[in-house]
Structures are given as C-alpha cells and as structure tokens.
Ligand binder design. Structure first.
Ligand SMILES: NC(=O)c1ccc[n+]([C@@H]2O[C@H](COP(=O)([O-])OP(=O)(O)OC[C@H]3O[C@@H](n4cnc5c(N)ncnc54)[C@H](OP(=O)(O)O)[C@@H]3O)[C@@H](O)[C@H]2O)c1
Length: 333
C-alpha cells in the first residue's frame, strides 16, 4: 500500500510517500481501507518532534490520526464490525497511521460512520469530537444553564465544541477574527469576541468552564474570568500529573510534568478555580455517541478544504498556517 511516513523528525521535514506492506490484523483489529484522513495540528507537532518525550515514535512511521473508510478484514476476536461496514476512528496512540491506504485498528477504537455525512466529513470528526467530549463531559461536567468560553471558535476543535456545548444547554462565548464571526454565530455562539479588537478578559466574567486552546497568556486570563470553583480545561498545555498517570510515564517524566504545570496550578488555587490539562484519547464508545448526535442533526461537520492524497504535505502546511475554518481532510480513495 501507499503511505506517508515521517523518516526524520524536524520542522522542515516533509512526509515521504512510500510503498509498504499492508498492516497486520491482530485478533481484535479491523482492517480499514482508508477513504479519507483528517489532518490535525497534532500530526505536525509529532513530525516536528515536539511530542517525542511522551509519544516516542520510532522513525520511519506512518503519520495521521483520523480515518473514515470501509472494513475489509476482521480479526478472529472482532464482534462489533464486519467486512463492508463504513466506519471512522481516531486510532490509539502508537497505532496511528491514517495517511495511508489501509490501517489496522483495535475495534474498541472504532465506530460506525454517521450515515448522513460523506467519508470526507466523517474523517474530520473523531479527534476533535473526542477532544470536546472528554473536555466538556468528562473533565468539566458541563451542565444546562452554565456558561462556557470556547477559544478559537472557528477552528477544528472550536466548531465542534460550540455545537456540542449548545446541545448540552450551555451559554457559549467564543473568540474569532472578524471574517469568521458569521460562521461561529451560525454554529450557535451566543457571545462572540473579535480577538484582534477586544480582550476577552474584559468582556467575560463568572464563567463556569473555559476550553483553552491558545497560549500561556490566554490560559492565565482564562483563570480570571471564572466564577469560584470554575474550571479551565487546557488542550494546549502545560501537561499535568494526572496526564502523566494517564499515559503511565516514568517517575522522572511525572516530575517534569508536575514542574511544568506547577505555576498555573498555583495561580488557579489562589483564585479558587481549577486547572486541568487534557490530552485526548481514542474511544469507540464515545465516538458511537457522537455518531448519534451527527445523525440526529445536532452536530454538523464544518469543512474548510479537502486535499488529494498526493498533497498530504500541502494539507499539513495549510493546517499549520493556523487559519483553517473548521477541518482539513485528505481524500485517499
Ligand atoms: N490536547 C488535545 O487532546 C488536543 C486535541 C485537539 C487539539 N489540540 C490543540 O488545540 C489547538 C487548537 O486545535 P484546532 O484543531 O482547533 O486548531 P485549528 O483548527 O488549526 O485552529 C485554527 C483556528 O484558530 C483560530 N485562531 C487562531 N489564533 C486565534 C486566537 N488567538 N484567538 C482565537 N482564535 C484563533 C483561527 O481563526 P482566525 O483565522 O479567525 O484567526 C482558525 O480558525 C491546537 O494547539 C491543537 O494542537 C489539542
């Protein structure tokens, strides 16, 4: 099969198109013929070597974290899927590799693709959808009537998060630049702040939850717009001890993560609010819930651009430029 590999870590490194053997299908795996693969900033960060410390992929390896496609083979222990099923997934860490023609995924990380959307749209969902679910449901326990501030409402995470938070019954504030104000309003945002003109810290107060996806300054400001016992869930760092436990790293790395998040934890404590870091994980059960929401029309994929497979490097460069409105996808088949 054809696949795009990282051969060397580095910011300027391009993925290499290679021909390689189809992946091995283990007992609980399904082999998916990839129709589309979603592109995420995580792909670039891994290629750059930024995440090497806790995701030490050994080169060469195939990149890509989101897939939609058709099951072409199942392992002997697979019970939920059969050949011919249209599925989507965010494969688990260390099992990634969706910039390819085939991928083998553990069935626990797979869900049936929503019937009412295309393969390209489906490939745009798993990583951002699961991120938002784990941030707003698992970590924040966001409830009807609460106020949530979602940074960067026009991005991949933001476009999903606004729709999902509205579904949960929350009041949603978001930031974006002038060109995307209409987009975030159409997704349901109640309060929209043009981050180039206005400062969200002076506009927002007494929030229950913030989904932080921007820099350190935004994170610190986010603490100050919360009501007492409010929560900031940060998906852009710094990693904390709970995350170290989640990925089961050694004592040294645990101490590194404790150190990295000590400052922000202390600031949060002083203000009587909570900080936690989230690094999303694959989860077929949650993705199945997301399928239901998409089929019910509660959440609609927001697509910026679809690139042909041959332009996977260009697709990554487009996402890295930081101006995507919703999601970018590579069409493989
Ligand atoms: N920890 C995790 O599990 C996890 C999971 C998913 C994503 N992430 C991280 O979360 C971040 C966001 O991911 P994403 O996929 O949503 O990114 P994305 O789609 O590439 O974000 C692009 C969007 O961000 C907006 N934007 C840029 N700077 C902004 C600012 N200062 N304020 C408000 N909006 C701004 C842009 O709007 P304008 O063009 O209008 O500026 C654009 O629409 C990334 O750092 C990503 O790595 C982490």
């Amino acid at each position: 099969m054809k696949a795009y590999q990282v051969k060397r870590y580095g910011k300027k490194e391009k993925l290499h198109l290679t021909t390689m053997a189809e992946p091995v299908v283990k007992e609980n795996d399904v082999l998916v013929q990839i129709h589309s693969a979603g592109v995420n900033l995580l792909d670039s960060k891994i290629r750059d070597g930024e995440f090497k410390i806790f995701l030490p992929y050994k080169t060469p390896f195939v990149l890509g974290h989101d897939v939609a496609g058709v099951v072409t083979k199942v392992g002997s222990g697979v019970s939920k899927f059969k050949v011919g099923d249209e599925v989507y997934s965010r494969p688990a860490d260390f099992r990634i590799g969706t910039f390819a023609e085939f991928i083998s995924v553990n069935e626990k990380d797979v869900a049936m693709k929503p019937k009412n959307i295309s393969m390209e749209e489906a490939a745009s969902i798993p990583l951002v959808g699961l991120t938002v679910w784990q941030a707003l449901v698992e970590k924040a326990n966001l409830k009807k009537g609460q106020k949530v501030f979602i940074q960067a409402g026009s991005g991949g995470v933001g476009t999903f998060a606004i729709q999902f938070a509205k579904h949960l019954g929350a009041t949603v504030a978001t930031t974006t630049s002038a060109a995307n104000i209409a987009l975030v309003k159409s997704l349901g945002a109640d309060v929209v702040i043009d981050y180039k003109k206005d400062d969200f810290e002076t506009e927002l107060k007494d929030y229950d939850v913030v989904l932080n996806s921007q820099d350190k300054k935004s994170l610190e400001k986010s603490l100050r717009i919360l009501k007492p016992a409010g929560k900031v869930i940060s998906i852009s760092g710094p990693p904390d001890v709970d995350f170290a436990k989640q990925i089961n790293v050694n004592w040294f790395l645990k101490m590194v993560m404790k150190f990295l998040s000590a400052g922000i934890k202390k600031k949060a404590k002083r203000l009587g609010v909570n900080f936690s870091f989230l690094f999303m994980r694959s989860e077929g059960e949650q993705l199945t819930q997301i399928t239901k929401l998409i089929e019910a029309g509660v959440i609609k994929p927001v697509m910026d651009k679809v690139f042909p497979f041959e332009q996977t490097n260009e697709a990554m460069a487009y996402v890295e430029a930081g101006r995507a409105k919703g999601k970018v996808v590579v069409k493989v088949k």
